[in-house]
Design a binder for this molecule. Structure first.
Ligand code: PEP
Length: 388
């Protein structure tokens, strides 16, 4: 923090409304120590969620009237101390120095918040990139029922879903994707905090396209989401990257939200072309779409779908992270930071938590297990992210 810090010119706008104070303080030793740590010293999946949480804590504190320094400092150390020892000890020392120097708790908080906002500059792009990546990416769980179900079975599954105790909508977004014919009944019976998704839609406006269902029809039924480019459609029905890209573009243009699937076959993985395959599938979408805010990208390795052979957390994380880098390089840093990349392939209640804990896994697309009560456990795995 620079000496002679001027609250009026150097503080965030919210503080500038407050009284004018120019002061110097002597917490340079603690701050210098803080500067000696770099992000490389810490495993990113550990620190970045805590930084986000820390920022949220600061913001919440600033909104509280008459906060008490002692109570809040105790709460602060209970919550953040010891999690990431060296980092937080340094930060803690710095904060204490700040609070001693500036007896007005709110003033100190504002200054701390301002300083915290400058931290990314100390740690260059890497920090900023990682910090951004957790922000705004709500965990997403899709249930793909594929071509399964009778009228009676559908009602039973919906009952189980309706009775399930799951985290709030602030923590997880859920979309249930039954076959077309069951969309209306599922929409009518399903709890309001879960969305409904179709499994496909036609590439353009409806008309003389026998057997197809258009995006307009889905919207007319009040269906907000659609899965596009599922590997079963790419491989069995020969949907090309271009067709999938066109479908994504059209569905978005009509106001649908899209779960766009990409993934490599076993042969492609063994040939070492996983990234080339998923990059060209994603490129066909990126070439046609500029706004990614209504797209969830589902990485579904074909060899893991319906085979019982789930990708290891490391395998999933590797592709998700590469996909995010691809988005960063080929769309924009914002798209890379905010687009949810979810995993699909033989996910179940037993393996979901470990996968959910991966930093670039933002949720799941679930096939077989979405027809079973364990789907509730999979939705609950969103808590892993919250508590990471
Ligand atoms: C899917 O079809 O999208 C899928 C992930 O299937 P499963 O979970 O059955 O492997």
């Amino acid at each position: 923090m620079p000496k002679g810090y001027d609250f009026i010119s150097d503080s965030p706008p919210m503080y500038r409304q407050s009284r004018h104070t120019t002061f110097e303080h002597d917490s340079h030793t603690a701050l210098a120590k803080l500067h000696t740590f770099t992000v490389d010293d810490l495993p990113p999946h550990k620190w970045r969620n805590h930084m986000y949480e820390f920022e949220a804590w600061l913001q919440a504190e600033m909104l509280k009237p008459n906060a008490q320094v002692s109570t809040d400092l105790t709460q602060f150390s209970a919550r953040f101390g010891g999690i990431l020892r060296d980092w937080w000890i340094s930060l803690g020392e710095y904060i204490q120095a700040l609070f001693i120097q500036i007896p007005d708790f709110n003033q100190a908080l504002y200054l701390l918040y301002d300083e915290f906002c400058r931290l990314p500059h100390l740690y260059e792009d890497q920090f900023r990139y990682h910090r951004q990546t957790t922000i705004g990416r709500k965990f997403f769980v899709g249930g793909n029922w594929k071509c399964n179900g009778t009228n009676e079975e559908v009602k039973k599954i919906v009952n189980v879903l309706n009775e399930g105790q799951v985290p709030s909508q602030d923590v997880v977004e859920v979309a249930i994707s039954p076959p077309f014919v069951f969309l209306p009944v599922v929409k009518d019976l399903l709890r309001p905090d879960f969305h409904v998704a179709a499994q496909n839609c036609w590439v353009k406006k409806g008309g003389a396209f026998t057997g197809e269902v258009s995006a307009e029809m889905l919207l007319n039924l009040g269906i907000p989401w659609v899965i596009l480019g599922h590997s079963e459609r790419r491989l069995i029905l020969n949907e090309s990257n271009e067709l999938v890209g066109d479908k994504v573009k059209y569905a978005l243009s009509q106001g649908l939200k899209v779960i766009a699937c990409v993934g490599e076959t076993l042969e492609q993985r063994e040939a070492g072309s996983t990234m080339d395959v998923v990059a060209s599938q994603t490129k066909a979408i990126a070439e046609r779409v500029s706004d990614w805010s209504n797209i969830v990208l589902a990485y579904e390795p074909v060899w893991a779908i319906g085979t019982g052979k789930v990708a290891t957390p490391a395998q999933a994380q590797e592709v998700h992270s590469e996909l995010r880098k691809w988005l960063h390089a080929n769309t924009s840093p914002e798209v890379a930071a905010t687009t949810r990349i979810i995993y699909g392939g033989s996910l179940n209640g037993a393996n979901c938590k470990e996968l959910a804990a991966q930093p670039d896994v933002d949720g799941f697309l679930v096939g077989g297990a979405s027809l079973k009560p364990e789907f509730i456990d999979i939705i609950k795995s969103a808590e892993v992210k919250k508590n990471a």
